[in-house]
Write a protein that binds this ligand. Structure first.
Ligand code: GDP
Length: 552
């Protein structure tokens, strides 16, 4: 190592040491990092806007959407988004509220989700489950919740659109219990719904907070609060008799179900605080925020592969690359690596080592994404997400360190549900293979191969249709290859843990196609869950353990 490098290293160490534990403790302690889990149309964009409004990060509702659409005017890459009317790009939105810094990891809100949706969720510390009050739990919510569950995230539930005819609060609570095994702790409780939505009963303060139909006025900060005690005669005047009686009954029932919040249960993701409101009308959002910042998990320690816990307040900087995003700015044709700060302090211009390659990289132009606008970040602490524009050196799952080399467990890949051959046009083998390799390396899609070695075209395996489109778009845009896609009618994949020997021992499998992954390991494809169950019914013992995910 050159004397210069040694000097730089020493300087970095001194700087790290100079950081008082106090600063780290304070900064980490005030961070809350979360992702919203919802089904399209439940109101995630609206909710995000209202949250940002309270945080003062935007000044007028509609800005999030406005920024989203103005963006596509300047960007070719976003052409695809524009055509589809969707947001492919996940970004981290940062805002302040009551002394806390909230980082909202924005997962794409469209039906078409991709592995990035999952990866983003893998970088979150808390999940906000946003439910449409009329529809209850919906399919995409289930998928995303499964990931939150896998990670044991605390879950906070916001039941939205109470200004529309909604399910009874107890029905929602029952769904949460039945479908997710989540016990509910309603923090507030709705009084009526739809045209007869009166407001909520806020249990911690034992006050009824009246809903005011604000329509367009609800777009500005600070809905008027009118609070009443439960037994206030004035309240009884205001609320229709049947609703008032229902409220008294409900309150009693809630008390019977439990009036103590089980904090440990919340932290373990077993108990969910539940809120009711109307994001569009700016009702219930602030009540939610107030409780959320109190209860949500702050960035915690992360386990390395060898089982060592890295404390978020450790003076050594550690970061985890959880997502790569291509061409957000086609003028520069660059790629952004999204890094979650795991420990220590991130500083603009700092030098870090990529644990995998040992390469030292200067983080010269770190950025924070705001509704897809880049802001340069000067510093960051555990729980923050930073976009780095020199990601040639990075791969998903990479650890960036200033201290001792360490590695985190791989970010899980997710079980693909869509499969299609990507066909190479004649005479374009070279750029085609280069493109596939590049996109594969970035984690844009998973790839399988036919076991017949003469069939060399890869089978793309994805969790969302959008991933296919992105691959085709980028193959053309970046590698100049016009590919065709040939969908396959499978929807379930299982990796055979025992490998080829086990598979040979089983013999011919009915209704099953065998492929291999990029490491040459066997993967079984089934048309549907039924076909899988059939095969399991006959061969479960011989097949041994099957995994829905690519094995690490
Ligand atoms: P996303 O797909 O989850 O991001 O949902 P959006 O935020 O785009 O909302 C979907 C639709 O529901 C939009 O037309 C919103 O105006 C509407 N919406 C959102 N929140 C509410 C609410 O609290 N009440 C009512 N009535 N409509 C809402």
């Amino acid at each position: 190592a050159s004397a210069k490098a040694v000097q730089a290293q020493q300087a970095a160490e001194q700087a790290a040491a100079a950081l008082t534990a106090e600063v780290l403790e304070r900064e980490v302690g005030r961070r809350r990092n979360f992702a919203i889990i919802s089904h399209p149309d439940a109101g995630k964009t609206t909710m995000t806007e209202k949250l940002l409004l309270y945080g003062g990060a935007i000044h007028e509702a509609g800005e999030v959407k406005a920024r989203r659409s103005s963006r596509s005017a300047t960007s070719d890459w976003m052409e695809l988004e524009k055509q589809r009317g969707i947001s492919i790009t996940s970004t981290a939105l940062t805002f302040e509220y009551n002394g806390c810094q909230l980082n909202l990891l924005d997962t794409p809100g469209h039906q078409d989700f991709s592995e990035d949706t999952y990866r983003t969720l893998a970088a979150a510390d808390n999940a906000v489950l946003l439910v449409d009050g009329a529809k209850g739990i919906e399919p995409q919510t289930r998928k995303l919740f499964a990931v939150a569950r896998l990670r044991g995230l605390p879950v906070f539930t916001f039941v939205n659109k109470m200004d529309r005819p909604a399910l009874n609060g107890f029905e929602i609570v029952e769904q949460l219990e039945k479908e997710f095994g989540l016990q509910s702790y309603p923090v507030n409780w709705p009084i009526g719904s739809g045209d007869r939505f009166v407001g909520v009963y806020h249990r911690p303060t034992k006050k009824v907070v009246l809903y005011e139909k604000r329509g367009q006025a609800g777009r500005s900060k600070g809905a008027t609060k009118a609070e009443y005690d439960l037994d206030d005669p004035e309240l009884q005047q205001l609320v229709e008799a049947d609703l008032w009686e229902q409220l008294q009954e409900d309150v009693e029932l809630l008390e019977v179900l439990g009036d103590e919040l089980d904090l440990e249960g919340v932290m373990a993701g077993k108990v969910t605080p539940v809120f009711f409101g109307s994001a569009m009308n700016n009702f219930g959002v602030e009540l939610f925020l107030q409780t959320f910042i109190q209860l949500a998990s702050r960035p915690g320690p992360a386990q390395t592969r060898s089982g060592v816990a890295v404390s978020p307040t450790s003076p050594n900087f550690t970061g985890l690359v959880f997502k790569l995003q291509a061409n957000m700015d086609p003028k520069h044709r660059d790629k952004v690596a999204f890094v979650r700060v795991v420990s220590g302090k991130f500083e603009k211009g700092m030098k870090v080592r990529v644990a995998r390659s040992g390469r030292t990289v200067t983080l010269a132009a770190p950025q924070r994404m705001f509704a897809n606008e880049r802001q340069t970040v000067q510093e960051g602490f555990a729980g923050d997400v930073i976009g780095l524009t020199n990601p040639g050196a990075f791969a998903i799952g990479d650890t960036l360190v200033t201290g001792p080399t360490l590695a985190f467990p791989p970010i899980p890949t997710f079980s693909p549900e869509l499969f299609a051959y990507l066909r190479c046009p004649p005479n374009q083998k070279k750029p085609f293979l280069k493109g596939v390799e590049g996109l594969l390396g970035e984690g844009a899609v998973q790839v399988l191969y036919n076991t017949d070695e003469y069939i060399t075209d890869p089978v793309l395996a994805a969790v969302g249709q959008l991933q296919f489109e992105v691959v085709q778009y980028r193959m053309k845009d970046e590698y100049g290859v016009d590919t065709t896609l040939e969908p396959l009618s499978y929807s379930v994949a299982r990796w055979v843990k025992g490998g080829w020997d086990v598979l040979e021992g089983v013999g011919r499998l009915f209704n099953t196609t065998v492929m291999k992954d990029v490491y040459g390991r066997p993967v079984l494809l089934f048309r549907n869950d039924f076909a899988l169950q059939q095969v399991l019914g006959e061969h479960a013992d011989k097949l041994g353990e099957l995994s829905p995910y690519a094995l690490p």
